[in-house]
Ligand binder design. Sequence first.
Ligand code: F6R
Length: 261
Amino acid sequence: MEVIIVPTPTDVGRVAAAKIADVVARRASPVIGFATGSSPQHLYADLHRRVEAGVISFATARGFALDEYAGIPPAHPQSYASVIARDVVSPLGFDPARVHVPDGRATDLRGAAADYEAAIDAAGGIDIQILGIGSNGHIGFNEPTSSLASRTRIKTLAQRTREDNARFFDSPADVPRHCITQGLGTILDARELLLVAQGEAKADAIAATVEGPLGAMVPGTALQLHPHATVVVDEAAASKLRLSDYYRYTYSHKPAWQRFE
Ligand code: F6R
């Protein structure tokens, strides 16, 4: 796992965007996995800047969201279908027909989850999966005790996740209780993983993910099983890492041929 510690959230966005740009430059039709929420906002803003400057294009790219709330209509402003359309598809110039979000309104949610797995396969798999992390260590909506081998499926949101996400809704009671999420096994199938985090509230989850024992109680630790996982964090999110000096040393001595920015 490569851990990159940078001073500010803006730097997190810049470095993570450089990583995406590197993948996009190597693929004729890149397939990108999207996280929603606050964590990737600086990353999406930096990519938007690059699109505006004409140095990157997503015209031939495809995309898959990590997750979707169950039971709220796609047109709801906080559905992940709406968030992805607003934060990703439109500013980055994706073809909306090439960007997929799990169907949280399907009458057959199991079938919708299986169809989502099949769609990812049909696209040739995900080249790079963008991830945020919950304060309880979840990635996607794989809450603690999710199987490390899980596939896309229905999950019940942890109370802590519902409290954390209440800020997006008019009232805490409006936060859905269920979701469809890519599983940890699905996430691990992506060719590269890119996790971004900023702020003190993520420091425990980042320390456990990077340095803690592998285990279902901290789903983020699944990254330890992936051969190409990059974690980009600001100083606050890195503040509980024990080996931060080593990560800084490693990054500053990275050979030029291995750098992506
Ligand atoms: C959402 C997702 C979640 C979030 C996590 C952090 O698509 O995959 O794992 O990344 O809940 O949320 P924020 O970034 O809002 O703190």
